[in-house]
Ligand binder design. Structure first.
Ligand code: TYM
Length: 326
């Protein structure tokens, strides 16, 4: 069986972008592939974070994986920091990664902008090597992610090729090395719809956990009232009717795409259904479709958290850091 690896950081609450870009697609892969879904807590400490929150966010993210349909009888679900080999491999990979490759990473540039590059943590800079380790450690074939992770997967491929070239192959076999390819070259799996869910308050920026306004995103655990309110207040435009793929209407494209995926309809169906609608008609329809899709996930999440206190352990790094602070 081919192998699939992916993960979500336990930072803040999991939102619709994480779900439609990644987790929802993982569910469909469990039957066909050997799947590993990681809660990547070491990634979550690369930006300033609340030590008391990390353990809880780790448990909550694991519970959400299961509530979204990840089935532990088919997939392996685990916490990154519980497997020290991730950080160990990362160090080996870091030592074969040219600094220039990391300097090109868009996410580093974006995430370090606020504090300035000089003040960003070294962990934030080497973050793509840790992600590469997550993938290469398991000789993964496929990595299902949203569009924003594409550059990191491309880097992972380049690092794998470089290490294979430097330390694999015939030349090393002669010297007693392993020979052959050390690492498989992984491929990204980016969904056709949902790969880039945009903010509710600005159709040109991606929906993200770090955006200051909670109005900009739908969190998977938002209450019905909150979903209705966020959709009611989300940014729209003053064009007549609704349409996909008009570059002048990014919000319209985003909201229709979200509606398409959560309602399980085809794009053509949604086009036909919504083309003459006003925002006043469409918004309640979208809010209802979101609530209908997310409610069962929310019910399952509560059940899982109530049942499995013993199976979901607190992650060691958070408890270690918490005790430093006492
Ligand atoms: P993270 O935690 O930022 O996001 C988790 C997943 O959600 C996707 N995503 C989105 N998809 C569509 N629209 C959006 N607005 C949106 N926002 C986020 C991301 O593409 C991602 O798939 N570095 C990774 C986590 C990671 C990882 C890995 C992934 C660590 N190791 C190994 C795959 C394999 C990250 O920060 O994702």
């Amino acid at each position: 069986k081919k192998r699939v690896v992916s993960g979500v950081q336990p930072t803040g609450s999991v939102h619709l972008g994480n779900y439609l870009g990644a987790i929802k697609n993982w569910v469909a892969l469990q039957d066909t592939y050997e799947t590993l879904f990681i809660i990547v807590d070491h990634h979550a400490i690369t930006l300033p974070y609340d030590t008391r929150q990390l353990g809880k966010a780790t448990t909550d993210t694991a519970a959400l994986y299961l509530a979204c349909g990840i089935d532990v009888s088919k997939a392996s679900v685990f916490v990154q920091s519980h497997v020290p080999a991730h950080v160990e491999l990362m160090w080996l990979l870091c030592s074969s990664t040219p600094i220039g490759w990391l300097q090109k990473m868009i996410q580093f540039k974006e995430k370090s902008r606020k504090e300035g590059v000089e003040n960003a943590s070294v962990g934030l800079f080497t973050y793509p090597d840790l992600m590469t380790a997550d993938i290469l450690l398991y000789q993964s074939d496929f990595v299902p992610v949203g569009e924003d992770q594409k550059q990191h997967i491309e880097l992972a491929r380049e690092i794998a090729q470089r290490v294979n070239h430097l330390y694999g192959g015939k030349k090393w076999k002669k010297l007693g090395g392993r020979g052959g390819s050390l690492f498989k070259i992984p491929e990204p799996l980016i969904p056709q719809a949902g790969a880039r869910v945009m903010s509710l308050t600005d159709g040109l920026s991606k929906m993200s956990k770090s955006a200051p306004s909670d109005q900009s995103r739908i969190n998977l655990l938002d209450s019905k009232d909150l979903i209705v309110d966020k959709i009611k207040r989300c940014k729209t435009d003053s064009f007549a009717g609704l349409e996909f793929d008009n570059a002048e209407r990014p919000e319209c494209n985003n909201l229709l795409s979200i509606y398409q995926i959560v309602s399980g309809k085809k794009k053509e169906e949604v086009m036909e259904e919504c083309k003459d609608m006003s925002w006043g008609t469409f918004k309640p329809l979208l809010a209802d479709a979101l609530i209908e899709h997310l409610s069962p996930i929310q019910v399952r999440e509560v059940k899982i958290l109530n049942q499995s206190n013993t199976f979901l352990r607190v992650c060691p790094i958070s408890s270690m850091f918490c005790s430093f602070h006492k």
